[in-house]
Design a protein around this ligand. Structure first.
Ligand SMILES: [Zn+2]
Length: 321
């Protein structure tokens, strides 16, 4: 019988942990705020929670095999090392894999968080059975993972899949949070969309927008933007259009490079039906040949915020043959 695994989805604000069966059932789970301060005590705190979960799962400890952890930042997956992570303050060259293995007495695999989400989708989610696909996570920033022949592509140093930093604009490139210019994330990451929204509201003094009054009451969110666009707000519709065109341009580049069967959109922005519809409208004009779109689909993650947790657990399990 196949062993269950432990999945850890380490984020900048919270950490999701769970004991996961080979079928993707979460037997015990807990979400905690990401521990602040020095890395070693923070990791020890997470280990304590994992040990509690193993007990709460009702499985005998020997029925639980490896531990998988999905983490942001620049990693050395072979060594289980987090080199740097902008949203894990003070984490530099952290031997996350070794520390967890030491605390938990189990083998540990450390992978990029977007790679984990892709693994979750291909093993348990919307991409089950699809061998060639691209995952784009549309959150505060834009992350990604490339799956070829059923395997997540790591590249020579495990750094493949930074799809949010493909350059899509050359002439008047906007700055990206990464320090580069013209990246997909500068147009399709929620943080930058909000920035563009505020610029547009300040620029179009004459034009009426549903959000001008709302902005005086409290801070606006990306949800407000998509709501206003769906209500027919001209400024917001233009912004959604620009965002969709940027995403479609990025997807077209990926279609030409990889010819995937699907692009899976995950993260908060993927819940906007209007955005996804517009991306699909733009695609035919951006591809070299309609054949790239034969049998191709843009689909939405079915695991939602559990994709990272399930995928991290899957990363540490043998793939069913
Ligand atoms: Zn960038």
């Amino acid at each position: 019988m196949e062993l269950a695994g432990v999945g850890i989805d380490l984020g900048g604000t919270s950490v999701k942990m769970g004991v996961v069966t080979p079928e993707g059932e979460v037997l015990a789970r807990k979400e905690v705020a990401t521990p602040k301060g020095p890395a070693r005590p923070a990791v020890a705190e997470l280990s304590r929670v994992v040990l509690q979960l193993i007990q709460a799962s009702g499985l005998r400890p020997e029925r639980i095999g490896s531990v998988g952890v999905g983490t942001p930042g620049i990693l050395d997956p072979k060594k289980g090392l987090v080199r740097t992570a902008s949203n894990l303050e003070g984490w530099v060259d952290v031997p996350l894999g070794d520390w967890l293995a030491n605390d938990l007495g189990r083998p540990v695999r450390v992978i990029n968080d977007a790679h984990a989400a892709a693994l979750g989708e291909i093993r348990f989610g919307t991409a089950k059975g699809i061998e060639d696909l691209v995952l784009l996570t549309l959150g505060t920033g834009v992350g990604g993972a490339v799956v070829v022949g059923g395997r997540v592509v790591g590249g020579s140093r495990g750094l493949a899949g930074e799809l949010g930093h493909m350059r899509i604009e050359m002439s008047q490139p906007r700055p990206c949070g990464c320090g580069l210019f013209g990246c997909l994330e500068a147009y399709a990451g929620a943080k930058n969309i909000l920035k563009r929204m505020h610029e547009a509201l300040a620029d179009d003094i004459q034009e009426i927008s549903l959000l001008k009054e709302k902005s005086k009451v409290g801070p606006l969110t990306v949800e407000d933007l998509f709501w206003a666009a769906a209500e027919g707000d001209g400024i917001m519709l233009r912004l959604v259009d620009e965002t969709a065109l940027a995403l479609a341009a990025g997807i077209a580049n990926l279609l030409h490079a990889l010819n995937p069967k699907a692009v899976v959109l995950a993260g908060g922005l993927s819940r906007s039906a209007l955005l996804v519809e517009k991306v699909q409208e733009y695609l035919p004009d951006l591809v070299l040949n309609p054949a790239y779109l034969d049998d191709f689909c843009v689909t939405i993650s079915s695991l939602g915020s559990d994709a990272g947790l399930l995928g991290a657990a899957a990363a540490a399990m043998p793939f069913p043959s």
